[in-house]
Design a binder for this molecule. Sequence first.
Ligand code: PRP
Ligand code: MN
Ligand code: MG
Length: 176
Amino acid sequence: MKHRVDVMIAEAEVQARIAELGAEISARYHDTQELVLVGLLRGSCVFLADLCREITVPVSFDFMTASSYGNSMNSSREVRILKDIEDEIKGKDVLIVEDIIDTGYTLTKVREILRLREPKSLAICTLLDKPSRREVDVPVDWVGFAIPDEFVVGCGIDYAQLYRNLRYIAKVVPLE
Ligand code: PRP
Ligand code: MN
Ligand code: MG
């Protein structure tokens, strides 16, 4: 598809918001021994890298891959776990880190899987949220930006695997 990308949320705005999220998260977990950030590959890795450097409590990382979109612009309801986290989370503070919530199927599935392992606490932080697209209710603790139903890329979010490296959030605009 021929398209162009238009800046929607500038780099400075993204970074300022991530700093705020990091401060809020640090305050919420001020007495934790270890906050386990569970990043959902691949989209969350850029946001996770930025967010973790704004957090002042002890942090570890683990990663999970759950697929819902594939390479198309349409979401499918089938959520498959392609890669699980590697460490035990029982009794630990766990924060799931996502780049974007759309229908909510991915996070609902991941949250349920992690909840069964009895973490001390389980919360969700997402950089972007498209509330108008939600099909299943999932409790989200921190949202960077709520956005309208536009196809967006950047800060880890892809279109056909590209544009994850953009330092800003952009809108994909179809041409012709
Ligand atoms: C995208 C996005 C979220 C998920 C949101 O991931 O990064 O993980 O879809 O969709 P949902 O709320 O409708 O479930 P994608 O499957 O495209 O994989 P990626 O992170 O590797 O790009
Ligand atoms: Mn993803
Ligand atoms: Mg994707």
